[in-house]
Design a protein around this ligand. Structure first.
Ligand SMILES: *Cc1c(COP(=O)(O)O)cnc(C)c1O
Length: 395
């Protein structure tokens, strides 16, 4: 095969239309051409979010990956107030660490990676602490779990806090209802479910909340959300030099989604996840979390006995398939299979057939390796633990 199939939660295989868009003719970002481009992206982002009261929301686009948008929010919205981070995984922890750098009064409620957020604990915490901002990752990518926006948003509002959401790995695949869920700001990235190249991120937020940012002292230069909003509002521009070719590509990616229909796009991604999950269940694979809690973007799979994640990834790579490995406490225990970007049904079938082949081969090889324990006289190369086991068996 002449290309990699990216079964990852981002980067993704991009559409051919994006390859054309990114190589459009040069423009100057301080000319009306760019004002129009940025306005078009903003307009399309509001459509992707299916915002009903469009005049109440705006979206800024940042040159920088998803982390840039998250850091812009965390450094800009808290001021001297206090923020509570909800964490059930790697990306919740990242929000916490980023917030600590910018906000003295950063609180954390964390549950083990892959566990469900404890809403009763959140309610009790908000009742006993003065919290101004609650922050959470929508899709906790390390486990594949989708966290409850509506419930957390309702609790935050009931206790007088604004709600900010890291939507980097869910936006473009799952509906984020800013209005119903009381979300003040939500971040997203170009290179995950939206299906474009890496390098851009965005923050979509309520105008009312954007306007409030000016009253906070700036904590960073490049990522100051108030400055981004100011430039957007006054001139449909960005404060610093934007990565213009990536803006062309993002605009194209959003056009592709809107042409397909936002709900159709969400449904198509969900169907692919279902196909993958059904196929992997047939291979007797176990998933890390319950299917009802999963985002439609990726599936986190427990690695079967006698096989290593590293070997699975290597053998799949030989077949031009790229998957992710688990991180942190999941390292070596799980692998992750994404289903966003330009992956066809045939690609899914090819993946499932390849995975089956790889697992059968690796398990057969592992069986061969343990055979010498029974047939001591073959001169197969043995690994240290097997030598030890053999020595023990001889006693
Ligand atoms: C990928 C991801 C990020 C960070 O994105 P970068 O592109 O690495 O900056 C943040 N939050 C979540 C939930 C993610 O999945």
């Amino acid at each position: 095969m002449d290309k990699y199939l990216l079964f990852t939660p981002g980067p993704v295989n991009v559409a051919e239309t994006l390859r054309k868009a990114i190589s459009k003719k040069d423009i100057c970002h301080r000319e009306p051409d760019f004002d129009v481009l940025l306005a078009s992206i903003e307009h399309k982002l509001l459509s992707l979010f299916q915002i009903r009261n469009r005049d109440r929301y705006r979206a800024v686009v940042i040159t920088g990956s998803g982390t840039a948008a998250n850091e812009a929010v965390l450094s800009s919205v808290v001021g001297r107030g206090s923020i509570l981070i909800l964490s059930n995984g790697e990306f919740g922890e990242r929000l916490y660490k980023t917030s600590l750098l910018h906000n003295k009064r950063t609180h954390l409620i964390d549950v083990p990676w892959g566990s469900v957020i404890d809403l009763a604990q959140l309610d009790a915490f908000l009742a006993s602490h003065k919290i101004d901002v609650v922050a959470m990752a929508h899709h906790e990518t390390c486990s594949g779990m989708l966290n409850p926006l509506a419930e957390v948003g309702t609790l935050a509002k009931a206790h007088g806090a604004i709600f900010v959401v890291d939507g980097v790995s869910s936006v473009g695949a799952e509906h984020v209802d800013m209005e119903t869920c009381n979300i003040a700001f939500c971040t997203g990235s170009s290179s995950k479910a939206i299906g474009s190249y890496p390098g851009l991120s965005f923050v979509i937020g309520r105008k009312k909340q954007f306007n409030r940012l000016a009253s906070h002292k700036a904590k960073t230069t490049y990522l100051n959300l108030a400055t981004f909003y100011d430039f957007l509002r006054t001139s449909s521009q960005t404060p610093n030099t934007p990565a213009v070719p990536l803006f062309f590509a993002l605009e194209q990616a959003l056009s592709n989604i809107l042409r397909e229909g936002v709900n159709n796009r969400f449904a198509r991604i969900r169907v692919r996840a279902d196909q993958l999950r059904e196929g992997m269940r047939k291979l007797n694979l176990d998933f890390l979390i319950a299917e009802k809690d999963m985002c439609s973007v990726l599936t986190t799979v427990r690695v079967p006995a006698s096989v290593t994640v590293r070997d699975v990834r290597e053998r799949l790579r030989e077949k031009s398939i790229i998957i992710y490995e688990g991180k942190g406490c999941f390292a070596g225990k799980v692998f992750q299979v994404g289903n966003i970007g330009e992956l066809s049904r045939e690609d899914i079938w090819f993946f499932l057939a390849s995975l089956k082949d790889v697992l059968l081969t690796l398990q057969a090889e592992a069986a061969d390796l343990v055979a010498p324990i029974r047939r001591a006289n073959t001169n197969l190369v043995m690994l240290e633990p097997q030598k030890a086991a053999l020595a023990k068996a001889r006693i």
